[in-house]
Each structure stands twice: as C-alpha cells, then as structure tokens.
Design a protein around this ligand. Structure first.
Ligand SMILES: *[C@@H]1O[C@H](CO)[C@@H](O)[C@H](O)[C@H]1NC(C)=O
Ligand SMILES: *[C@@H]1O[C@H](CO)[C@@H](O)[C@H](O)[C@H]1NC(C)=O
Ligand SMILES: *[C@@H]1O[C@H](CO)[C@@H](O)[C@H](O)[C@H]1NC(C)=O
Ligand SMILES: *[C@@H]1O[C@H](CO)[C@@H](O)[C@H](O)[C@H]1NC(C)=O
Ligand SMILES: *[C@@H]1O[C@H](CO)[C@@H](O)[C@H](O)[C@H]1NC(C)=O
Ligand SMILES: *[C@@H]1O[C@H](CO)[C@@H](O)[C@H](O)[C@H]1NC(C)=O
Length: 378
C-alpha cells in the first residue's frame, strides 16, 4: 500500500510540468521569477530575475535562453542570458532608444525593434550572431498630431508585430489610430505605408497574427486590440511581390466588453492567441483603479466568414488592472498579472473549446508587477 502510494506520487511528479514565469512592470522595482507546478498548482515566487536593477518592463523571449528587456526610465534596451529558473544575466551593453514600452525581434534575429509610447517613436538595433545588440539604434519619430478628439494628442507606437513570412513589421500607433507598415531588411526596416484603423479613434495597441502555417488552410491575418474603443479588429494580410496590404475582414471590430464603455474609457490591453490558432484572449483593465478586470475570449472564424471573430465569454481576471497576460505553449494555462492588486492569477484554459475557467487555481500575491512572461517549461 505504502509502496503504491509512493509510486503514484512519483508518477504524479513525473507528469508535472514546471513553468517558469518572469513578472515585471514599471512599478515592480525590477523583474521577478516564479514557478508554477501544473499538478499541485503551486505558484511560488523564486527570486529576483535581475537583482538590483530597477524599472525593467517589456521582455521579448525569442528563445528559452535569450531575453531582451526594456528599461523605460533609463531609455535603454538590453540583452540577457536566461537561466532555467528565470534568472537574467546581462550580455553586451544596454543600447539607448526612445523611452521603450515594447521590444520584439525579427524571425531570424537580425535586429530588435522597440516602440515608444511616450516619445512617438520606433527604433531598430542590429543584433550580432550571438544576439547581442550593436549600437547605435536607428530611430524614427512620428511628428504628426492626432487629428481626432481623444486622450492621445500625438503618435503613440505601442508594440510591433512581425508577419508570418518574416518580411513585414507592423507598429500599432495608439495616438494616430493607424498601423505603420514596414518592410524588413537585413539590419533594419523600411517604411511602406500607414493603414488607418477602421473605426477612429480606436487606439491600436497590441496585435497577433493567425492562420498559416498553424492553421494550414487559413490565409495569414492580423488581429489588433484597440484600447480606445475597446475592440479587436481583423485584417487579412494580402501579399503581392514586395508589398503586403491589409484588408479589413467584415465591416466592424468586435467589442472586448459586453456593454460598450464609451469614449475615453481605456480598458482593453493585451491580446493573445491560443497556440492552435483557434482563439483570441483580450484583457480588460477596467476604468476604476481597484475594480476587477476581465478576460474576453473570441473564437476565430474562417477568413471567408462575414465576421472574423465571435466573442464567446467574458470572465474575471482575478484582480485589478490585468495589463499583461501569458499563455503557456500548450495553451492549458493562462497567467494574468493584475498590476493594481500586486498579484498574478493562474487559470486553466481549453484551447479546443475556448473554455476559460471562472476560478483561478492559484494566485501569487505580494509581487508588484504589471507585465508577465511565460518562457520555459519542462
Ligand atoms: C520611473 O520614473 C517614474 C516617473 O519619473 C517614477 O514615478 C518611477 O518611480 C520610476 N520607476 C523606477 C522603477 O525607477
Ligand atoms: C475625450 O478626451 C479628449 C481629450 O482629453 C476630449 O477632447 C474629448 O472631448 C473627450 N471625449 C469625450 C466623449 O469625453
Ligand atoms: C533575415 O531576414 C531578412 C528579411 O528576410 C533578410 O533580409 C536578412 O538577410 C536575414 N538575415 C540573416 C542573417 O539571415
Ligand atoms: C503597398 O500596399 C499599400 C496598401 O495596399 C499601398 O497603400 C501602397 O501604396 C503599396 N506600396 C507599394 C510600394 O506598392
Ligand atoms: C489575488 O490576490 C489579490 C491580492 O490579495 C486579490 O485582490 C485578488 O482578488 C486575488 N485573486 C484571486 C483570484 O484569488
Ligand atoms: C501594492 O504594493 C505597493 C508597494 O508595496 C503598495 O504601496 C500598494 O498599496 C499595494 N497595493 C495593494 C492593492 O495591495
């Protein structure tokens, strides 16, 4: 009896997947690491990812051993080696870029790109063969003023998205209500055109791509979450030699809220896609400081459907101000950083049905950070 119990627990242990999470944010005082055991559901704080470094925020994790981290206050982006426990060790030197809120990397790691919401600018920095940034950054500042009545009065690039071919880079501009489309070159990107949001002011913030090759029969599409009208819009990416056009699917964007919040109530924040390409998840921060946020789940319909997305649920985020969230690579676990509650909630998700659990299995408290990144599991 005792023996079989021991055997059972050993079997249980061998089936557990240990997830490493990195939690950071403007007010977090740095980046923390945490581990999640998906059998016992223990979510524990394991230490500082970078001791003594203040103000780290967005992280790109192009591989399990490499990270790029933005430091908004110092206006730099820096490269790190990542250990299996989530500890970060600096490699190379930080590179000066306009106040960065986002960093991403091209498909072949030829350069990194940053978006600067405060300065209305984007930047690219070439990477060497070891992934180390080579200064100086190449910077573009968008000088146009926002012609529409909205809280944003200038260009506010919020993120950058690389398409499936690795040839195009799209920067959602929250202030100018458009997408800046760039062609990726060997060491930097060249401007092609601006695609205005379908409804304005929309506040395009983050985006994901869907379709081929994850869903082989579906053409590539770009889904963008808008933080001013709290919606997700879907563009079909139409390729021609040396260009890629964005054609809106259907006539309107789909709300992230059951009841529209109205103008100037910015709530939609993050957008994720399930690894199987079937569902989108958008976070709503809610307008009031300590009110509970929510997560909207959308089924992605075929590219030929009249409406690109069908919202299937809105459930709690497990705390206040869910600015960032992350799905693990199997699509079974959603970690939500609830910045204003100093907590991170873990929910189970079923990527075949789109069912997001209404109750969290774990809630890590006492760790300040509004951004969360899942990068490794064994
Ligand atoms: C970053 O700068 C802001 C504004 O100056 C300040 O409120 C905040 O405390 C700083 N954060 C860190 C981590 O130094
Ligand atoms: C939204 O905010 C802008 C800028 O603060 C203001 O001009 C506009 O009147 C506001 N709109 C509404 C509907 O409150
Ligand atoms: C990376 O991809 C870009 C875009 O296709 C290309 O121009 C560049 O030569 C590639 N770099 C390497 C090192 O393969
Ligand atoms: C690329 O496509 C966009 C959107 O259709 C169009 O506005 C632009 O003129 C095209 N650029 C070139 C160089 O063909
Ligand atoms: C997690 O903890 C925070 C801080 O105590 C709390 O506000 C929040 O409601 C908790 N969430 C869940 C899902 O237990
Ligand atoms: C979050 O943590 C900070 C710093 O410890 C504290 O000032 C703030 O009151 C905390 N917020 C909540 C909701 O516990």
């Amino acid at each position: 009896m005792l023996q079989s119990l021991v055997l059972l627990s050993l079997l249980g242990a061998s089936f557990a997947t240990i997830h490493t999470l990195i939690i950071s944010g403007d007010s977090s005082g740095g980046a923390f690491s945490a581990r999640f055991d998906d059998v016992t559901h223990e979510l524990t704080h394991t230490g500082m990812s970078i001791p003594g470094v203040n103000g780290g925020n967005w992280i790109a994790l192009p591989s399990i051993s490499t990270a790029y981290l933005t430091f908004r206050n110092a206006s730099v982006v820096a490269a790190y080696d990542v250990s299996p426990s989530g500890a970060l060790t600096a490699v190379g030197s930080p590179v000066v870029v306009p106040v960065p809120v986002y960093v991403g990397v091209t498909h072949n790691s030829s350069f990194l790109f940053t978006a600067s919401y405060p300065s209305g600018a984007i930047a690219t920095v070439p990477l060497d063969q070891n992934g180390i940034p080579i200064p100086p950054a190449s910077t573009t500042t968008f000088t146009a003023t926002d012609p529409l009545p909205s809280p944003q009065d200038q260009s506010r690039p919020h993120s950058g998205i690389v398409d499936v071919s690795g040839q195009y880079l799209i920067f959602p501009d929250d202030g100018l209500d458009l997408l800046h489309v760039y062609k990726i070159g060997a060491t930097s990107a060249t401007f092609l055109y601006d695609e205005p949001s379908y409804v304005r002011p929309a506040g395009p913030r983050h985006g994901v791509v869907s379709g081929y090759p994850v869903v082989r029969d579906w053409v590539p599409r770009l889904h963008v979450v808008n933080e001013e009208d709290n919606s997700v819009e879907t563009w079909i990416m139409h390729y021609s030699p040396n260009n890629m056009s964005l054609i809106m699917q259907g006539s309107s964007a789909v709300s992230t809220l059951a009841v529209p919040a109205g103008m100037n109530v910015s709530t939609a924040a993050e957008l994720l896609i399930s690894p199987n390409g079937k569902y989108l998840l958008a976070s709503n921060r809610d307008a009031s400081l300590f009110a509970e946020g929510s997560i909207a789940v959308f089924r992605i319909n075929p590219p030929t459907a009249e409406t690109a997305l069908t919202r299937i649920s809105i459930t709690t985020s497990g705390g206040a101000n869910p600015r960032s969230m992350s799905l693990d690579r199997t699509g079974k676990w959603l970690a939500v950083a609830n910045g204003n509650s100093n907590s991170t909630a873990m929910f189970s998700f079923d990527q075949e049905t789109g069912l997001l659990a209404r109750t969290a299995v774990a809630n890590l408290t006492g760790v300040r950070g509004g951004l969360i990144f899942h990068y490794y599991f064994r």
